[in-house]
Design a protein around this ligand. Structure first.
Ligand SMILES: NC(=O)c1ccc[n+]([C@@H]2O[C@H](COP(=O)([O-])OP(=O)(O)OC[C@H]3O[C@@H](n4cnc5c(N)ncnc54)[C@H](O)[C@@H]3O)[C@@H](O)[C@H]2O)c1
Length: 384
């Protein structure tokens, strides 16, 4: 049975359906009770922590020695000290004013987003352009007048993408490259600069997603997942960021995932890479902000898609199939490009998952979020 709202409220016609709906409601109530209990337990534990456990005889593979930090307080204040304190207080007040202003600006932008920017003529490089969301994004960038540089390890898919863009009157170039190979990526950057021009939009999209319980992930599988999903992003950034910095113009888009916001069964290394992609993007944005004294105009957009129907996610498990449908790659690409053109920093696809993931990720206790996640029961079964 699929749980459509209409079905619940109008179409419950026989006893079996009614029992199923009642069971579901009871399960939801039980889940919410456990979520609240878990939350209260965790709040209680903040004030009354567990007793330290006895670790005598435990085999310890790593330990950290904490050194206490002792500050020597100055015995007396001089005029210079007073000036320093006043300056610090003024700086703090000014920082708080700017923080509040920025918060209000961001809340305003939730309701009134930026107008989509014009990307005609922008040289846009997309990794993994030969299939799935990469291809769909490439086609849309082409339609919007960008010069698309399609990069993929798979020549056939890449060639097809370029052909479709050109057939539709767009401008596209193709380069075959394994983006996990740093030397090949730097070679690619040189060639693109010479043959096409300066890249101003980088979309780090290529990714792979094996799915197994952690003990069944082989060493090559773990290494290649980290290489494609994470390390390759860093090579592309190192190769293409310098010219963006020189011109103080550019936009970097990265594909994280729902699995970069919530940890999922069977996807331990994959989740590691997708959480890391968000970390890389945040750290890079902060680095450019600090380096440039807040004057950097290079933008960042991190995308966290739910399951997208590209074949990457070979064995999806979706309990509420009507409410949590797989997203079609074209729809995902529309949402990604819209977010990028409006300079949105991080989006989920679909966008309505943004607040639920924030709620489960940050506002309730992790153990309570786990109870809720088991109820929603969406994830990926094991596959190669
Ligand atoms: N499909 C989903 O459900 C989903 C959900 C969340 C996030 N994502 C992420 O979105 C991105 C795109 O996913 P997709 O479903 O469109 O994938 P896809 O499998 O349809 O396409 C990925 C493309 O990347 C290319 N590629 C793989 N390794 C490469 C390498 N080393 N060098 C160059 N190209 C390489 C492949 O040849 C392929 O054309 C990935 O980063 C993925 O992790 C996907």
């Amino acid at each position: 049975m699929q749980y459509s709202a209409t079905y619940h409220f109008v179409g419950v016609t026989d006893m079996a359906d009614a029992i199923e709906v009642i069971t579901l409601v009871l399960e939801l109530i039980w889940t919410l009770i456990r979520v609240h209990f878990e939350n209260i337990r965790c709040i209680y534990r903040v004030f009354v922590p567990n007793e330290p456990k006895d670790i005598r005889g435990e085999i310890t593979i790593k330990y950290v020695t904490l050194t206490s930090l002792k500050k020597n307080l100055a015995a007396g204040y001089t005029l210079a000290d007073a000036i320093e304190v006043i300056t610090l207080v003024l700086e703090l007040i000014w920082t708080l004013i700017r923080v509040h202003f920025e918060n209000i600006r961001c809340i305003y932008r939730v309701f009134v987003p930026n107008e989509p920017k014009d990307i005609r003529g922008e040289i846009t490089i997309i990794t993994g352009a030969g299939h799935g969301m990469g291809r769909e994004m490439a086609l849309r960038f082409g339609k919007l007048g960008a010069v698309v540089v399609c990069v993929d390890i798979n020549p056939k898919g890449n060639e097809e993408t370029v052909k479709i863009i050109k057939d539709n009157g767009g401008k596209a170039h193709r380069y075959e490259c394994d983006v996990t190979d740093r030397a090949a990526v730097f070679n690619l950057a040189e060639k693109v600069k010479k043959e096409v021009g300066e890249v101003s939009i980088l979309v780090n999209n290529a990714g792979i997603m094996p799915s197994q319980p952690i003990l069944q992930w082989t060493e090559p599988k773990i290494k290649s997942t980290i290489d494609v999903n994470l390390t390759a992003n860093l090579w592309m950034i190192q190769a293409f960021l310098p010219s963006m910095k020189e011109r103080n113009h550019g936009h970097i888009v990265a594909m994280s995932s729902m699995a970069g916001l919530i940890g999922f069964k069977n996807l331990v290394p994959y989740c590691g890479t997708k959480f890391a992609v968000r970390g890389v993007m945040q750290a890079l944005e902060n680095e450019l902000y600090e380096e440039s004294n807040g004057k950097s105009k290079i933008k960042f957009t991190t995308i966290c898609p739910y399951m997208v129907n590209t074949g990457l996610c070979k064995n999806p498990r979706i309990r509420f199939k009507d409410q949590m449908k797989m997203v079609e790659p074209g729809d995902a690409a529309d949402q990604i490009i819209d977010a990028m053109r409006r300079d949105i920093n991080e989006v989920t696809v679909p966008s309505n998952l943004h607040y639920s993931t924030r709620f489960f990720g940050y506002l309730i206790a992790p153990s309570a979020a786990r109870i809720m996640n088991s109820f929603v029961d969406a994830g990926v079964e094991a596959h190669d």
